[in-house]
Design a binder for this molecule. Structure first.
Ligand code: ZN
Length: 189
């Protein structure tokens, strides 16, 4: 018979002993569960809930029957398994977006002033997956690491031509010259 609350007691016991090696007898006594139930709960905690509980299979210094919760477990169990976006779809998104971050306009190889590192592009969702956005071409866009990290649940509006021109007018001649050079390489004379 499964006692109500056994899982909660097991969780509580491990949370009170983060980083401490415990054995199955202690778990059994603390949670009042049978060895077979404890084995089932352990599979649940490690599998569905992603708790980093190690056993002698994972760490050489642990004996059979010894366990250790390595660190605070994740707040929420993972909602669903996300399938990675296929290489073909990634290539389509990057190509369509001209290998340019769709929020800040940086290209791979440029130095990101935020991080001082070379820009790397990722595939981001226009509508976040947590809001029901799908892994479809129409919902995907190229984003640099910096924008991708800040982009969760935010839909970045594309800048309008009027806004862009106003920005170009505001900036100095050197910047305007750089824009002109870039447009020429992109569109020709
Ligand atoms: Zn960016």
């Amino acid at each position: 018979m499964r006692k109500p609350g056994a899982k909660a007691r097991i969780r509580e016991f491990f949370l009170a002993n983060i980083g401490v090696i415990v054995n199955s007898i202690q778990v059994r006594d603390a949670a009042g569960v049978s060895v077979s139930e404890w084995a089932r709960r352990l599979r649940e905690l490690r599998g569905n809930d992603h708790w980093p509980i190690l056993s002698h299979h994972d760490r050489a210094d642990l004996k059979p029957g010894q366990y250790v919760l390595m660190e605070s477990p994740p707040d929420k169990p993972a909602v669903s398994f996300t399938r990675p976006i296929s290489a073909k779809l990634r290539a389509e998104v990057l190509d369509r977006n001209g290998f340019t971050c769709q929020m800040c306009g940086k290209c791979p190889g440029e130095i990101d002033p935020e991080t001082g590192r070379k820009v790397r592009l990722h595939i981001g969702h226009v509508k976040d997956k947590s809001l029901g956005g799908k892994d479809e071409l129409s919902n995907l866009r190229a984003l640099c690491s910096t924008c991708n990290q800040g982009a969760k649940n935010i839909t970045g509006e594309k800048p309008t031509a009027i806004w862009l021109l106003s920005q170009v007018r505001r900036c100095g001649q050197d910047e305007q010259r750089a824009v002109y050079d870039w447009l020429r390489t992109k569109f020709g004379q």
